[in-house]
Ligand binder design. Structure first.
Ligand code: NAD
Length: 323
């Protein structure tokens, strides 16, 4: 039986990845600081512990897993990574996790390891025009991410690639672009735009009003989590190391995203723009490299994933209110 280790298995994407690996017949060990917030983990072995602790990391990497996925990070949406307050935690915690996990995997003679980087590592100067952002993989340098979160991702990408270059490991590095879907943070401060807007629309009256940070003209693309997992597995099992974008290229403004969610909800929603953290003006996944290297790119329309996500968040909200 093939074995897999998922670091960050108590999180959003890690939870979905564990489920998919179990469907494929893997024996899976999940590791996280906490159990999953919204679902019972399907991992065969779920270990709660801190990947900043090198002793703990050596204990959980106790065999030559066939596949190792490193998704654990101290992260959140704009309200978490752009305020500045969490910068030291983000840099220290995530970098320490990556240093520990990668080195322990190397010492266990694990051959191949996946690392989830982020589109936040792209230079801010290429993302000032909301209609024409440049997020081609080779546009990463000269580096100028707009957040410490992006700098840590860039550092860690390079860390994984050095273990490939100097120590004979095989790294697979993906740059995720705004992943969304059910069973992810939707309240509490770490949620991202799609989940936050679904929650606001679900909580609003009909007709009603919601607040959006900034003028709502900033653009992004959003990838449904099932496609993210599919791209992750394809990359991991390919001969291509990356870094490569895993994202949707269906770019929308935040105002359009809100309008789409209101339409799914069947509500008439007015938008009130208020000051708040926003990040770059424009960002979109450039999918030419993934298409040419893996012969695949995500293709599901944004609306399809949003319908599922909205339905899940509306249910969560209702059951929270009923408590
Ligand atoms: P998430 O926050 O839901 O999952 C990350 C998990 O890591 C959490 O469950 C957290 O408890 C765990 N973790 C944090 N510190 C830890 C520690 N010291 N020891 C053990 N576990 C620890 O985030 P996610 O959305 O599932 O993201 C997964 C990965 O993908 C992250 O590396 C993230 O930076 C990256 N990524 C995500 C997105 C996105 O839109 N969700 C976009 C780009 C990159």
């Amino acid at each position: 039986m093939k074995t897999a280790l998922v670091c960050g298995a108590g999180g959003f994407i890690g939870g979905h990845l564990v489920r998919r690996l179990k469907r494929e017949g893997f024996w899976v060990r999940g590791v996280d600081l906490k159990f999953h917030d919204y679902a019972e983990s399907e991992a065969d072995d779920f270990v709660v512990g801190d990947l900043r602790d090198p002793y703990f990391v050596r204990q959980v990497i106790d065999r030559r897993f066939d596949e190792v996925y490193q998704l654990a990070a101290d992260m959140g949406g704009a309200g978490f990574i752009f305020t500045g307050e969490n910068d030291a935690d983000i840099m220290h915690n995530s970098a320490t996790i990556n240093l520990n996990v990668l080195d322990a995997a190397y010492k266990r003679a694990i051959r191949r390891i996946f690392y989830s980087s982020s589109a936040c590592m792209y230079p801010a100067y290429n993302q000032e025009d909301p209609d024409n952002p440049n997020c081609a993989e080779d546009s990463a340098y000269p580096a100028q991410p707009d957040s410490e979160y992006g700098w840590e991702k860039l550092f860690s990408e390079r860390l994984y690639l050095t273990y490939a270059r100097c120590r004979g490991m095989e790294a697979r590095v993906a740059r995720y672009h705004n992943i969304f879907g059910p069973e992810g943070a939707w309240t509490g401060g770490r949620e991202k735009a799609p989940a936050a807007l679904c929650r606001k629309v679900a909580a609003a009256a009909n007709p009603g009003e919601i607040e959006i940070w900034g003028d709502g003209l900033q653009t992004r693309s959003f990838l449904y989590v099932d496609e993210c997992v599919e791209g992750t597995l394809r990359l991991m099992r390919s001969d291509f190391a990356g870094p490569v974008n895993i994202g949707s290229d269906e770019m929308v403004s935040i105002n359009q995203l809100a309008a789409l969610i209101a339409d799914i909800a069947g509500k008439r929603i007015e938008v009130k723009h208020i000051p708040g953290p926003q990040g770059v003006r424009g960002r979109n996944s450039d999918n030419r490299l993934i298409q040419s290297s893996l012969g695949w790119a995500p293709s599901q329309p944004l609306r399809t994933g949003l319908e599922r996500t909205y339905a899940w968040i509306e249910r969560e909200l209702r059951s929270n209110n009923a408590r």
